[in-house]
Design a binder for this molecule. Structure first.
Ligand SMILES: Cc1ncc(C[n+]2csc(CCOP(=O)(O)OP(=O)(O)O)c2C)c(N)n1
Ligand code: SF4
Length: 279
């Protein structure tokens, strides 16, 4: 019998995929379709939107509504879909460059509005598709093909940006933790409001090789060794400033959760109130 997850994949000649051997993006796609399956989401109620980049190729393999749009523009397009079809589960999938460089202001404003979207950020610490340039999440001191003397800039803390902008949910996982990643994606999809999942993923072709971490397997071993689930940390130290990758630990799990009025709800309320006021 065909596994239920195959119902979410376009098997009509799309595969094999274009990703490099050992890339983490396929694992993230797999976790996503297993999350859809566990949540029993009908294909016609899912829309996955992406910009441009290796991570953004994922919607092309999915058998649901998909929207592969311009670099950095996935979030505004997803907002349009959600406003037109509020009953859809709308998921944005993109790279650290797509969402946090060219698309950053869209990310911040979507979080501020608290619109009901789930944003999956594939953090491979560089621009994979265009040849391994530095990105806003490249750790200070790491090598990329455009920072051959080590990146002098401090990297973004995606958790702090998300919180400050108004996101109501933030989880982090890695491609080593496939089950954990699936659970984080499920929680994010179920959360009403703007939810973010940061996935630490390997780009062996550029980041792993250039930083001498090694191939895909070596990078996964690295994630395994460096990660710690937030629930296992003493409560008092959970909110502390994290040690930073690559020297420090990668803290995974649900790192932030709160609730606030969702954009479509406040929008409906205001529009309705306005009409009632006039009547
Ligand atoms: C407006 C515009 N600027 C630049 C590009 C070139 N470009 C395509 S993908 C990309 C970066 C992709 O990096 P990231 O979002 O981190 O995704 P990854 O490939 O690492 O998954 C860039 C700069 C483009 N397509 N459009
Ligand atoms: S360049 Fe990097 S991110 Fe892109 S497919 Fe290859 S390994 Fe994956």
């Amino acid at each position: 019998m065909k596994e239920a997850v195959f119902n979410y994949l376009r098997l009509d000649g799309r595969f094999p995929h274009i990703l490099c051997a050992g890339c983490g993006i396929g694992t993230i796609m797999k976790a996503m379709v297993y999350a859809f399956s566990d949540l029993n989401l009908p294909n016609e109620r899912i829309c996955v939107v992406s910009g441009i980049g290796c991570s953004s190729r994922v919607p092309g393999y999915l058998d649901c509504d998909t929207f592969h749009t311009l670099h950095g523009r996935a979030i505004p397009c997803a907002i349009g879909v959600k406003l037109a079809q509020p009953e859809m589960k709308v998921i944005v999938m993109g790279g650290d460059g797509d969402i946090l460089a060219i698309g950053l202001s869209h990310f911040i404003h979507a979080a501020r509005r608290n619109i009901d979207l789930t944003c999956i950020i594939v953090n491979n610490f560089n621009y994979g598709m265009t040849g391994g340039q530095v990105s806003p999440t490249t750790p200070q001191g790491s090598l990329t093909l455009t920072t051959p003397y080590k990146n002098p800039e401090r990297e973004f803390n995606i958790l702090e940006i998300s919180k400050a902008a108004g996101a109501v949910f933030f989880a982090r996982s890695t491609t080593y933790h496939a089950q954990h990643l699936k659970e984080m994606i499920k929680k994010a999809i179920e959360k009403k409001g703007f939810s973010v999942v940061e996935v630490i993923s390997q780009c062996p072709t550029f980041f792993g090789r250039v930083n001498r971490i090694g191939d895909g397997v070596k990078m996964l071993e690295y994630f395994k060794e460096k990660s710690v689930e937030v629930k296992t940390l003493p409560v008092a130290s959970r909110g502390e400033k994290e040690e930073k990758f690559p020297e420090g630990k990668i803290v995974i799990g649900v790192l932030y959760e709160t609730s606030a009025e969702e954009f479509l709800e406040s929008y409906q309320k205001n529009v309705q109130g306005e009409y009632e006021g006039r009547g």
